[in-house]
Design a protein around this ligand. Sequence first.
Ligand code: HT7
Ligand code: ZN
Length: 885
Amino acid sequence: APTIQRADYRPLAWTVETVDLHFRLDPEATLVTNRMSCVRKRDAADGPIRLWSEALERVSLSVDGQAPQALREDGGVIEIDAAGDRVVVEVVTRVNPRANTTLSGLYLSNGGFFTQCEAEGFRRITCFPDRPDVMARYTVTLEADREACPVLLSNGNLVDAGLLPGGRHYAKWEDPFRKPSYLFALVAAKLVAFERKVETMSGREVLLQVWVEEGNLDRVEHAMDSLVHSMRWDEETFGLELDLDRFMIVAVADFNMGAMENKGLNIFNTKFILAKPDTATDLDYENVESVVAHEYFHNWTGNRVTCRDWFQLTLKEGLTVFRDQQFSADMLARAAGPEGAASARAVKRIDDVRVLRAAQFPEDGGPMAHPIRPDSYQEINNFYTATVYEKGAEVIRMLHTLLGQEGFRNGMDLYFSYFDGQAVTCDDFVEVMSEANNGFDLDQFMRWYEQAGTPRVKASGEWNAADGSYTLTLAQSTPATPGQHVKLPLVIPVALGLIGADGRDLPLRLEGEAQAGATTRVLKLTEEAQVFRFVGLAAEPVPSLLRGFSAPVILELDEDDARLAFRMAHDADPCNRWDAAQRYAERVALALAADPAATVPEAFVRAFRALLNDAALDPAFRAQALALPGEAYLLERMSPADPAALRGALVRMMRALGATLAADWLEVVERLQVAGEYRYHPGDAGRRALVNLALRYLAAAGVAEGLARAEARFAAATNMTERFGALAALVHSTSPARTAALQAFHDRHRDDALVLDKWFALQAGAWRWDEAAEPALARVRVLLSDPAFSLSNPNKVYALLGTFFRANPGEFHAADGSGHAFWAEQVIALDARNPQVAARMARALENWRRFTPALQASIRPQLERVLATPGLSADVAEIVGKAVG
Ligand code: HT7
Ligand code: ZN
């Protein structure tokens, strides 16, 4: 596929003012009539009308009612020369939704019609200038069989509806807002709505609807609550109000991603809407809340102000992730109450950092590394990445840190006042932030948009007892990434504290300052190396750097075990306290991986136990701090990466910590049980998380009483968090009870697709705790033929294959290469149905060069096998092509 360059962006000569769409919906032959009024742009260079078209049967095309005089077609682009400044182009296309397994464009799911147009799905429905900088007003008429599709929805307001002959009916929708084609949506299906009317901050009454299949009506209240909370939060935090009279959310079981922010008609993967205590875990509840918020927030950051081109994707995604992270932190803090608020916020921040380290850092260090605003792509769908989303959000967070809450808000206000209704760039956003803050210099800051790779910040400190000063040197560097060898220094906000010998933070005074100030402050690192001298200290301090994870960098700091244990016990910043525990655990894990005879050091167990038994600490925080670092992150830190050796190390650690601290874990299980009816609340969720973790350690170590507790909890659980937590503990043990428990879980939830996804994922991700146990791949192969499994449903693929490839490296990278051959087989099979999903699975091997030579020798032929597959999609070809290099 050709490579598209950011630098090649050119405005179109013609735009579209209004679009009148008519859909005669039929599962195999839907007829789409599209009348668009095209207008020559006054400021653009001369040129033809350009329409994009993909996988379409074109029935007719006319310009002002006539056959076009000059029409050229090349690689999915139609060019029409038109005279004058205004013409009406009418295109009629026929599409086959049933045959559309890509889930992009118009497709069927459980008998209903759904669309997904971001990024370039609209061109699979009709011929159109399918770019985000073409913003038009849409009128949409849907016509369908009344019995099969009683509900007909599209963007905006319902303006007409009625019956048609032959058991059919129609509905007409008008969207009052101009929008790019990627925000168009329709739904025609058998659904029911859960409704609520609320008043916006200006006193307008709006209708909120969550549409689901009838049997799911008992699990939508949480999504509706989340929507109302999101509305309130955006009003209070940014003064942003819902601009529509009606806001709809529709849940669909077949969906490539999490959800989609179509104007007024958000379409969601059922996974991020449906939640009730018996089927959803605390994490599911949290995810529903944050994804509902994310899509809702897009209404302003994405829809009202959109992206000029897809290279600017982080303009809407990084900003919206930042907004949803802030929202979730505020919601958790509010629910936790004044005493628990700070810890609840920290726990959320730790979650976000975990995701960044596990998903984004490896991306930044591999063949797909790209700046948050990429310079080129072959397939845009491959760039909905952790870099664009999560690192993008970190970049916005740094802006927030540098400008302060008020400065950031002023910038947002100015952004909307300048750009409402427009398609703009990341430069526009950063410039407006500067302008709203007295010309705050953000020129160097723009490098965060331009450079790929995770920066390293190396810190070293020197204590001078004679004059009571502590000199901190910070040096930054960013490793070369593909196609980008020269890296310039970035603006890196480093939040820091100094801890005294008694474990308390010291007031900070930099040389030249009259008096000491706060105990945490933000240093601005802008040069390759900078020195900061703190004075007025009575004794050598312990530095706590990058508090709150103030920048998306890797901090390199020489700390011995004792110092890590000290920070684990005393760091006043919970993020850093957690990070100290992670660093210590990483050190132990890598040492054990390097030496099969090594054992878990006693000092580590002591530090770990102290955290476990610190009853003053929020259980949710303890659950975070006592969970071992993720395998993907550890593999990233291991050179060469050896998944089998690492898995061996982690098994030994789990067993040692489970057995040595058995009494402590059992006490947690005893004391922290949550009584009463389930409620989604951070306090209760934290206790459940810690008890579940305790059961994991106890079960791993084979502690009989722990296994008995897990069995009892599994049998008596009244909610999914406890039931699944206990099941996971049993599955991750050598207990013979694990097989029966898996079967019982399956039987109980056999008709529930989302719960079965958990069942698939648990087995695909299972470690082998004894040699006699079946390899995970054998189990995965059996599950592939399970009647509940389907390669056509992305959730099933992500649960079974995604978990095996990404979350079970110890098994996936089996020395015999069986996992790698299986990967190729599945990627090829998936690619024929759904290239986007196949490409996601393909990414599991992109960092193959980091592995041991033996594993590389096993992986390379499989990459080549995929690459040589006839008819391979551009999606997979880009990923595997870049991996092979
Ligand atoms: N903006 C949405 C992106 C999305 C998407 C992209 C490509 C293919 C399918 C997709 N479904 C949704 C989701 C979001 O960030 O809110
Ligand atoms: Zn988004």
